[in-house]
Design a protein around this ligand. Structure first.
Ligand code: ADP
Ligand code: GN1
Ligand code: MG
Length: 349
């Protein structure tokens, strides 16, 4: 380890092998600060955990250790689940006066995609998250901390949204009347999953395409990452969030809304792969389209809330970033409403 490596991060606290050669910002996550650390022996992912969002870091790390141990028991391939790197004094994260950090081995020979390059890539992500869902069926859910309470409680997201509208702290409400109306007109659907009597499972809750790594050589699903939000939830959350992100014909922050549709063909591709792996009940399967619609609506409401509140939650790279993100989500919701009958038919099939 090269103690003099010029970096503000507490790299020397972790039990990395070899001498550190570089440490650079990495990835496209909206929440944590992620760095790629390269040493003479290996590559690592170092993350500064967003403690404004994750208030109980010890609970969060306890969840992750538990899920990784459970995954490890169920697989023989070392790359198919992440490996935590402990601190030199044996802790699962490092706390100092600049923040809380944790590290993983970099999963080598993997691909992390922000857009599926082929439908087969998207199907593989479905197989990956479906298998993850099935693997957690016998995970002791009572040992998990709720890292973000009410994370996919859509009615509660509406409550917070309406508080933001009432507060309008930086005067943005007048710019977004149309988006506000779009969201409020759909509030009646918000409790559709919560009130359906579905079985509570252990879910990932953030199943974007870039939260599953594919094997670079075979392009098969390799490793589910970003485990901060693993908590009890409904399977439709995981299915729905994947559709929201991956079945869109454009990026989450695309400005040209003509490019944004929910592709029925990608919806079908994902459904087949996810449902084949995940071993769900008939009522759960029938509510998958509702999961897609509600996860997309909810995410749009969250982006819009953050825009109104002055961009305090999601990382932005331009002033109207959260508004652009809101608009793509609402365009997708609108498109799903047009394609609703077909979505229902495809999952029943
Ligand atoms: P965020 O919560 O901010 O989205 P993630 O945990 O998803 O953070 O990590 C951000 C990015 O870092 C991922 O999209 C992926 O590119 C990369 N990454 C994270 N963990 C690993 C890992 N163990 N191996 C390889 N790449 C990783
Ligand atoms: C955030 O951390 P990341 O970028 O994978 C967010 C998700 C949103 C997503 C929208 C903890 O995910 O809930 O769906 O952005 N994660 C958290 O892209 O809020
Ligand atoms: Mg992520």
């Amino acid at each position: 380890m090269n103690a003099s490596f010029d970096c503000q991060l507490p790299l020397n606290g972790f039990a990395f092998e070899g001498e550190i050669l570089s440490c650079e910002r990495y990835g496209n996550g909206h929440i944590n600060e992620t760095y790629l650390v390269v040493t003479t022996a290996a590559r690592y992912i170092l993350q500064k955990i967003n403690t404004n969002i994750f208030k109980n870091v010890d609970g969060l790390m306890h969840n992750i250790e538990g899920v990784l141990a459970h995954q490890r028991k169920n697989t023989s391939d070392p790359r198919s689940c992440m490996t935590l790197i402990y601190t030199k004094d044996g802790k699962n994260c490092l706390k100092d006066d600049t923040g809380v950090y944790r590290a993983y081995l970099f999963v080598e020979g993997s691909l992390c995609l922000n857009r599926a390059e082929t439908p087969a890539d998207f199907a593989e992500s479905g197989a990956g998250f479906g298998a993850f869902q099935r693997m957690l069926r016998d995970f002791p859910a009572e040992t998990l901390f709720e890292t973000i309470p009410n994370f996919h409680n859509t009615p509660d997201r509406y409550r917070i949204f309406k508080e933001a509208i009432a507060l309008d702290p930086i005067g943005r409400k007048k710019e977004v009347e149309r988006e506000i109306d779009f969201a409020l007109a759909r509030e009646k659907d918000a409790a559709a999953l919560l009130s359906a009597g579905l079985p509570l499972r252990v879910t990932h809750n953030d199943t974007k395409l870039n939260n599953v790594l594919l094997d670079a050589a075979t392009r098969k699903a390799l490793c589910v990452i970003d485990l901060d939000t693993v908590m009890p939830g409904y399977a439709a959350y995981d299915f729905g969030d994947s559709i929201r992100f991956g079945a869109s014909t454009g990026a989450e922050d695309e400005k040209d809304l003509d490019k944004i549709e929910m592709s029925l063909s990608l919806f079908e591709t994902y459904s087949r792969a996810f449902l084949a792996e995940s071993a769900l009940t008939k009522p759960e399967i029938e509510l998958m389209p509702m999961g897609a619609k509600l996860m997309t609506l909810e995410c749009g409401v969250r982006f819009l809330t953050d825009y109104i509140m002055g961009d305090t939650y999601f990382r932005i790279h331009r002033p109207e970033h959260n508004l652009d993100r809101t608009r793509t989500q609402f365009k997708l919701v609108h498109d799903m409403e047009k394609k609703w009958a077909e979505m229902a038919r495809l999952v029943k099939q």
